[in-house]
Ligand binder design. Structure first.
Ligand SMILES: O=c1[nH]cnc2c1ncn2[C@@H]1O[C@H](COP(=O)(O)OP(=O)(O)O)[C@@H](O)[C@H]1O
Ligand SMILES: [Ca+2]
Length: 494
């Protein structure tokens, strides 16, 4: 009897140390499980969607964006999942047939219906923003521009999405939202580690936006944002009529003034051997050209392929005669010195990428342009058989315009040329104003920094690993202690 009692007393499970150890292990397991549950509760595969139509002067693109439903205010969460290019020209070309503008969007909108899950259709916002082509049409014929906007609006309302409006956006919005897009995609806004300036070149306008060091002397060019708890004081300007298609017309119109034979336009910005009959209206039918020339209906556009002369002719487009501020870019527009790195997108990228000028120095770019413009048209066509002839014929002019705009217009130099990165996309998403426009209208970038989570992901993982190791260690110690106690008990029995 006495022996039995002694065994019972010596049973290690009844020792206080063992009880404490077991309790600690149990609490540990509960903590690990609870943290895992709380930490992972929010990770679910629910996505929300948004659609933005970029109604540009040359064409319309439909962008579909997607983001995790429960992480709306975390930066870097929205990404572009699909793009559709609307067939035909931009909506401003439908001034004589406004209904056609709405109809032109149907194919891409049907595609959007297929791409977005049906259960999300009703809550998916759709925005249409029209840019410089429609700004010009409004200047020329306000009634026609309203009819075109009404037509695209009616067309978009027929889809099961949540239509939020079709409007002509301001040049300042186009510049500022392009800036938001590139900085959101580069994760510069949350981290506040410096920003990227934005250079956008379209067919009818061009935008420059950056955070300057100097004071902004004209209020029209200043925009303030508070994003994730940081204040940004931006310089932005949109040059209407300085998109590459309008500048080509301005430059052709300028050449008409010095023509001896009014049916033959010799052009140093086009390749030798290029000779095409064109219509005067195709040059002069734009509000960007004030002095219309009373000329015959058609003319021959004949290439000469001389880069230096081409650049001289392009320079004439920039009016540098007046400036009411301490510094100007051109046309009397205030501009502080360019500052920091820049992302140059849209036609800046298309043209510079085609010409292989996205890297290298400014000097090298000029040499390459000289060589490229001097290449005969026949050779160019043979070298690039798959590229549309209209684009192909204009690259010498467009490249020259881009170099001149950046150097003579915005005052980039050979020293800071490397600060311009020619980009199409950042990650999956196109650089352009559409993403910034949607983020702004859906309030997806909060003014103040969102609450910091309980633990950063890295910290959470380290915590879980260490805690699990600790539990294993405790188990192991408990096991050793249990074994030693049992042996002692057995020895005592013997
Ligand atoms: O592959 C290409 N090569 C050269 N230019 C292109 C290419 N794709 C688009 N573009 C040009 O990019 C410009 C886009 O302008 P957009 O239509 O956005 O006008 P906007 O922004 O002035 O309203 C047009 O001049 C168009 O011709
Ligand atoms: Ca554009």
């Amino acid at each position: 009897m006495d022996e039995q009692r002694e065994v019972q007393v010596k049973n290690p499970c009844h020792r206080p140390v063992f009880i404490i150890l077991t309790a600690v292990i149990a609490v540990g397991i509960i903590i690990v499980v609870s943290i895992s549950v709380v930490q992972n509760k929010r990770i679910s595969q629910k996505y929300k969607y948004g659609i933005v139509l970029d109604a540009g002067s040359s064409h319309t693109s439909v962008f579909i964006y997607e983001w995790p439903a429960e992480k709306e205010n975390n930066t870097g969460m929205v990404r572009q999942t699909h793009t559709c290019n609307v067939k035909g020209k931009g909506i401003s070309s439908y001034s004589a047939n406004p209904e056609g503008a709405g109809m032109s969007l149907q194919e891409c909108m049907e595609e959007a219906k297929q791409k977005i899950p049906v259960r999300r259709h009703l809550e998916t916002p759709v925005y249409l923003g029209a840019t410089a082509g429609m700004r010009l049409l409004k200047m020329e014929d306000e009634d026609a521009s309203e009819k075109v906007l009404a037509s695209v609006g009616r067309s978009l309302q027929k889809y099961p999405f949540s239509f939020q409006g079709a409007r002509i956006i301001l040049g300042q919005e186009e510049g500022a939202f392009g800036w938001i897009t590139v900085n959101y995609l580069s994760d510069n806004l949350r981290t506040a580690t410096g920003t990227l300036g934005a250079l956008d070149l379209g067919g009818a306008s061009t935008q420059i936006t950056f955070v300057p060091k100097q004071e902004i002397e004209s209020q029209d060019n200043a925009i303030d944002f508070r994003l994730y708890g940081n204040d940004y004081h931006l310089y932005t300007h949109s040059f209407l009529c300085f998109g590459k298609d309008q500048v080509l017309r301005l430059s052709l119109a300028e050449k008409f003034h010095s023509m001896i034979d009014s049916t033959l336009l010799r052009d140093p910005c086009f390749h030798t051997g290029y000779n095409l009959s064109k219509k005067y209206v195709d040059v002069f039918d734009t509000p960007c050209i004030k002095e219309k020339s009373a000329s015959p209906k058609d003319f021959f556009h004949v290439g000469e392929g001389v880069w230096v002369e081409c650049q001289n002719s392009v320079r004439k487009v920039f009016n540098k005669s007046h400036c009411g501020y301490s510094t100007c870019s051109f046309d009397g527009v205030f501009q502080p010195s360019v500052e920091g790195k820049f992302g140059a997108f849209s036609a800046f990228f298309f043209v510079m990428d085609f010409l292989n000028l996205t890297s290298g120095t400014l000097h090298e770019a000029k040499l390459k342009m000289k060589r490229y413009c001097a290449t005969p048209w026949k050779e160019i066509v043979q070298r690039y058989p798959s590229i549309k002839e209209k684009y192909l014929s204009e690259y010498c002019f467009s490249g020259t315009y881009i170099l001149t705009l950046l150097e003579d217009g915005y005052k980039f130099t050979s020293n800071n040329w490397k600060d311009i990165q020619f980009i199409k996309k950042i990650g999956d998403s196109d650089a352009g104003w559409t993403l910034g426009y949607m983020l702004n209208l859906t309030n997806m970038i909060p003014a103040e920094a969102p609450d910091i989570p309980l633990m950063a992901h890295g910290g959470y993982v380290s915590f879980m690993v260490l805690f699990t190791l600790l539990i294993f260690l405790l188990f192991f110690l408990a096991f050793l202690y249990y074994r030693r106690s049992t042996r002692t008990a057995q020895k005592d029995i013997i």
